[in-house]
Design a protein around this ligand. Structure first.
Ligand SMILES: NC(=O)CC[C@H](N)C(=O)O
Length: 361
């Protein structure tokens, strides 16, 4: 069934609908990964966004049980150049279309994704609506321009109650702001004893858990929209070693007095080069973010820049000058993407071990 994508700037694309037959609006963003559509779809950081994949053929290896980063994808919609309805892979259990129907997510195929990418690169991300052909674009354009972007995404994708994944190693509180499962998996692989807690867990509650360290996860939306987590980070960093990933990195920055702002079109893909300032080492990283920590705002804080983006010079990593706290804007758990930055989980484990030694000494 044909459908249309209407953008806030007045552009209308006509394509072939697949997945769920529902009307949705959201911020249109693009991801340049050549593989990994299951992990991208199920990354909770895409909550309320319409994701366009620039790789032109999507769905050819289908959907399997294991490659998901969350049980229920939070993405608003999916746009591709060409969708494969007859996937083939030994792990494949259903098609992309079937999954999107089951999860009530609309897809749109057959539009000029190169033109749409160039438009977003020039203009910045745009609000858009995927709807039936009989909808009048003029009404939709007016509504898109009037309505601000939604907020409170983190409260919708975080867990409601804490749960424990036992392990024999370091005890970690994982603050779930919309956590990708790959992060939990990376801690489990390192034998951690993990307590996953909701985004609004207070500093006192975390301290009562008796953890060796805290990991603040990735998550959707504007980092300024989660004052609860910022307050918690502020109250724990002088006592407990902390590692922040993506949204967690932005929250460490805000809790330390830095500021964040929105990038024009963000970083979303599996091949973003990041330079470690101290060594010059480049890691090729997986990224998905629309906001960034303002470099200039670091001057008045106790944070120092450890990593920068090779493409645009934006902040990619931070470390506290006195306390055991560091963070990265990219995804050391990859999924999907290269594993170059996996070593950061080992660095977190080392940091917790060293801090424990200091306490026992
Ligand atoms: N993946 C993330 O954690 C993204 C962080 C934040 N929502 C951003 O878009 O910048």
């Amino acid at each position: 069934m044909d459908k249309q994508l209407i953008l806030a700037d007045g552009t209308v694309f006509r394509g072939e609908g697949f997945g769920a037959d529902v009307t949705i609006s959201g911020e249109v963003v693009f991801n340049t990964g050549m593989t990994g559509y299951q992990e991208i779809l199920s990354d909770p950081s895409y909550c309320d966004q319409i994701v366009m994949l620039t790789y032109p053929l999507i769905g050819n290896y289908g959907i399997n049980r294991d490659d998901f980063e969350s049980l229920n994808p939070a993405v608003a919609g999916l746009i591709v150049k060409e969708v494969e309805h007859q996937p083939s892979h030994w792990r494949e259990q259903e098609s992309l279309h079937d999954l999107l129907v089951a999860k009530n997510i609309p897809g749109l195929a057959g539009i000029d994704t190169r033109m749409l990418t160039r438009k977003i690169r020039a203009h910045g991300t745009l609000k858009g609506c995927i709807c039936a052909l009989d909808v009048d674009p003029a009404d939709v354009i007016e509504r898109l321009n009037d309505a601000p972007l939604k907020t409170n995404q983190v409260s919708r994708v975080s867990v409601n109650t804490a749960y424990h994944v036992p392990g024999k190693g370091m005890r970690v509180a994982l603050i779930d702001c919309g956590m990708k499962h790959g992060i939990l998996q990376s801690l489990i692989e390192r034998q951690c004893d993990v307590v996953v807690v909701p985004y609004n867990t207070s500093a006192d509650e975390i301290k009562r858990l008796g953890v060796d360290g805290i990991l603040v996860s990735n998550g959707p939306g504007n980092p300024e929209d989660v004052p609860e987590t910022i307050a918690t980070v502020k109250d724990v960093i002088d006592e407990i070693p902390l590692f922040g990933i993506c949204l967690g990195h932005q929250l460490l920055a805000l809790a330390s007095g830095a500021t964040t702002s929105k990038l024009t079109f963000g970083h979303r893909g599996s091949n973003h080069p990041v330079r470690e300032i101290a060594t010059g080492r480049i890691d090729i990283t997986a990224q998905n973010h629309g906001y960034t920590v303002d470099l200039d705002s670091l001057a008045t804080t106790e944070l120092e820049l450890t990593h920068e983006a090779v493409n645009d010079g934006t902040v990619e990593g931070l470390r506290h000058k006195q306390l055991d706290a560091f963070s990265v804007q990219y995804h050391p758990e990859a999924s999907p993407g290269p594993h170059d930055a996996n070593h950061l989980f080992d660095q977190f484990i080392e940091m917790m071990k060293e801090a424990k030694k200091k306490v026992l000494a």
